[in-house]
Write a protein that binds this ligand. Structure first.
Ligand code: XMP
Length: 548
């Protein structure tokens, strides 16, 4: 099957390049920027993309294997990738007086740019036909020569390497599109993979199809087939243990393991911390059994968690107590399973989880809230032993949903809103008690049920599906009200509903007032301990999605 290799020099958007191209139906493989390139790594490769990087070519920036310039394949350098090609071929790259970031206009020059020597002239050359095909992919409708690109760079090309020709210039006057006259080498100073880049997908498409001549042979079906084969080969007949949270990712990872391996080899462990949503454990069990789970270990440890949370009101103290206990119980229960040391530990980690926890490429994320999902001593030990399986770690959420659908995971599970590891504990402000968990569970279940039963007048979708995440929060405040003729002193509940692309930023969902009023009435009627309902109208930033 045809593929495009992407050399990753550490840009935050490298995965996005791969994803855009996979969406076109062409398989992509991301290799470290300095990976050796040989017959094996380049088998079936139709082109190579050199990614961006937070580094500079003249400082700590990693160089690719020289073979990249000798293999004869079409190359596309993006940002640092372009600077790298230019630098490696004898051009110069220097810092900009001021970093450029965001939307910037690019004008395609085509004709010979002024001040360019004969060897950098755009006329003729062995690569002229490919250059024309490449440029046909640019968003130059109705004879326009300018479009809006998206940039993020601190360096620029200050002298072109021999053979490179300028085909586009940014509004700020820097080279933005370079094509080699003789060799199939292309370079963009901007990021076509970022959605803010006008026509970016068309540009990538032109490279992949018109320049590289790749054929679209990549589908989710194929991915499943390949994952099946590689998982089976790696695991052999050793048991695999998957820690399940009940969310989309771990459920799809479970479905994949059950599809790839004999079900008897697959052990699924789920911890009911007592901090789950209403009927969650029952739903998780049903979903996994439907997927063919034979060894489903459900650990009921609600009492231990409540005991650990007793007297704790400060958010980080609560998170830490939960994280520590999670690890303790996990180790204890895994030991109790008595699996041989050779077992593999699987996790439903996605690429975005790695970025968010600062473990992936790019800058280390600031700790805003401690997440306990990614690492634990058990996971670390298995990782050291080379026995971790993360079959989804190159996929984005929407790809995981597609994969899940293909594997027969229930649509309702796949559309499920995200749920934080510490569960209701971060939605019960202040101290957590069993009673408060029950109150919040009931109120939250009504809210979610209402969102599934109501449709948006604008989109026609269920409100639940238009909202990225919704939940109720129990505030540590009581307020006075009346129920019948009696004075009532009930808890205050906040509803939260947001739209978002990835949870990194969020907007408040603009409910029609009637929906909010009716939902509020239903909650206060049905959950007797709740006396008042409010709606949280804070976006992220400055607020976070969860309240703690
Ligand atoms: P915040 O509150 O940081 O949440 O804006 C962003 C997204 O992350 C979820 N979240 C967590 N998920 N473990 C998780 O698995 C956690 O500890 C955790 N804390 C927050 C939150 O629900 C939202 O989707």
């Amino acid at each position: 099957m045809d593929k495009i290799v992407i050399l990753d020099f550490g840009s935050q958007t490298t995965q996005l390049i791969g994803r855009r191209i996979r969406d076109m139906g062409v398989y992509t493989e991301i290799l470290p920027g300095d990976a050796p390139l040989n017959r094996e790594t380049l088998a079936e490769t139709r082109g190579i993309i050199l990614s961006g990087s937070p580094e500079s070519v003249y400082e700590n920036g990693v160089a690719p294997d020289k073979a990249v310039y000798e293999c004869g394949l079409p190359l596309l350098g993006i940002c640092y990738g372009l600077q790298r090609m230019n630098y490696d071929q004898g051009g110069a790259v220097e810092p900009l007086p001021r970093r450029e970031y965001g939307r910037i206009g690019v004008t395609i020059t085509g004709d010979d740019a002024p001040g360019v020597g004969a060897e950098n002239s755009t006329a003729g050359g062995a690569n002229a036909t490919a250059a024309r095909r490449f440029l046909e992919g640019f968003p130059l409708n109705k004879g326009m020569r300018r479009f809006t690109a998206w940039m993020s760079h601190g360096d620029t090309l200050t002298r072109l390497a021999p053979g490179f020709r300028p085909y586009g210039i940014s509004d700020t006057g820097y080279p933005a599109v370079l094509i080699h006259g003789e060799r199939p080498w292309f370079g963009l100073q901007f990021h076509p993979e970022v959605t803010h880049c006008e026509g970016g997908t068309g540009i990538l498409r032109a490279f992949v199809f018109a320049v590289c001549g790749a054929e679209a042979g990549w589908t989710m079906e194929r991915y499943v087939q390949e994952l099946r084969a590689s998982l089976a080969a790696r695991v052999g007949d050793n048991p695999v243990l998957l820690l399940i949270s009940g969310g989309v990712d771990s459920t799809v990872a479970g479905a994949l393991l059950l599809a790839a391996l004999p079900p008897d080899q697959v052990h699924l462990m789920y911890m009911d911390t007592g901090l789950m949503r209403k009927d969650e454990t029952t739903a998780v069990r049903a979903a996994l059994e439907k997927l063919g789970a034979r060894h489903l270990h459900i650990v009921y440890c609600g009492e231990e968690f409540l005991a650990a949370l007793q007297g704790l009101a400060e958010p980080e103290a609560k998170r830490k107590a939960i994280g520590d206990l999670f690890i303790t119980i996990q180790e204890r229960e895994v030991r109790a399973l008595g699996l041989p040391d050779s077992y593999f530990l699987a996790q439903g980690t996605l690429y975005t989880d790695l970025i968010e926890s600062g473990k992936g490429v790019g800058k280390k994320a600031h700790l805003i809230k401690s997440h306990h999902n990614v690492g634990s001593p058990l996971v670390d030990a298995k990782r050291r032993a080379g026995r971790i399986l993360e079959p989804l770690d190159r996929l984005y959420k929407d790809e995981v949903r597609r994969l899940g659908a293909l594997l027969g995971v229930d649509g309702e599970v796949l559309r499920r809103h995200p749920f934080p590891g510490p569960g209701l504990a971060v939605r019960i402000l202040g101290e957590v008690t069993a009673e408060k968990c029950d109150i919040l569970r009931d109120a939250d279940a009504i809210f979610i049920e209402e969102l599934k039963n109501r449709r948006s007048a604008e989109t026609g979708n269920r409100l639940y599906d238009d909202i990225w995440q919704a939940f109720a929060v129990l505030l540590p405040i009581r307020s006075v009200g009346v129920a019948g003729d009696v004075r009532k002193y009930g808890w205050v509940l906040a509803l939260r509903a947001i739209t978002s692309a990835d949870g990194m930023t969020a907007d408040v969902y603009p409910f029609p007032t009637t929906d909010l009023l009716e939902i509020s009435t239903r909650i206060t009627n049905a959950v007797k301990d709740i006396g008042r309902v409010t709606y949280d109208i804070s976006s992220k930033p400055p607020a976070t999605i969860e309240w703690e």
